[in-house]
Design a protein around this ligand. Sequence first.
Ligand code: BLA
Length: 291
Amino acid sequence: MDLSALSYQKFVHIALEETQRRTILTPLPSQEKLRSIKTKDDTTMLHGLSFSAPKIRLLRSLTVEGSQAMKVLDFAAFSKPEFDLPIFCANFFLNANLSIVVLDLNPLYDVTIQRDYKEKYYMKLMPLGQKYAELLPWGGKITSESLRFFSPIVIWSMLNSSKYKHDVLFSAFMDYFQTWLELMDQAVEETDALKILRNCEAQHKYLTWRAEKDPGHPILKRLIGEKLARDLLRHFLFEGVDTLGTRTFLDYFPEYRCKDGSINQKRSIIGKSYETRPWDARGEFIGNEAG
Ligand code: BLA
């Protein structure tokens, strides 16, 4: 597949346009530093954009494009802690053969445990989850630990790269993002300090997980080197990981502690599981790790 026909720029462009129809975006200082980075191979470019808005703490986008070898989109939106909105999450990776897709409104609270949270946001959205179940089918076993950050409407898929699938993905991306924007519009500011603190901690736990274990890290390190990749992760992609809370990765995920006190470099301790979609059409969790 010739990748030159496929680009994620349109995704970013239209998503930002839609956001601007509903709210006022203010560019964040982090965007200046990382607006564009040339990679070591000199043909690939990284482009970053980041904004805040009255209800949004951080809306940011990273694309990797240029060389024929691969294209990447990492697009996410985090609300201010006064709101318990899900986190918008679109992570797409594409090379000549394969397209890897994660698209979700990641829950702030584990929906297998917090039923009230699940009911508040996801019960109405189950038809949206069903809409793409056939065109973007479940991608097979994944890092088990990731599942608690996913919602019953998550799209996790591995596809052959094609223009048709790219167009389907654009449509899914816009549906999910519009849904997130609608939730943002409707969100009512929390005033209970304790609840705001809980939201802050939940976002911090999520950021801590992703800043340490996101599957894109090895590629980013290869492209721009260890130091800049770390900077990109902690001060741009997962900004807030050093400010929204004080707990460390090992406080949240003690099972990753090695005997010498360091963090186990493996992505998963439990291993991969969930061969098939572990949620039914009503959003009930039906997975078990052996599956
Ligand atoms: C693969 N990316 C994956 C996989 C998941 C995600 C679940 C399947 C592999 C696995 O089971 O871990 C995405 N995982 C997530 C997300 C969360 C999570 C979004 O826990 C959120 C909580 N992906 C990127 C970027 C790159 C990238 C920026 O987001 C590259 C620069 C690449 N993702 C990438 C590649 C793979 C992958 C190459 C397949 C290789 C692998 O599994 O290591």
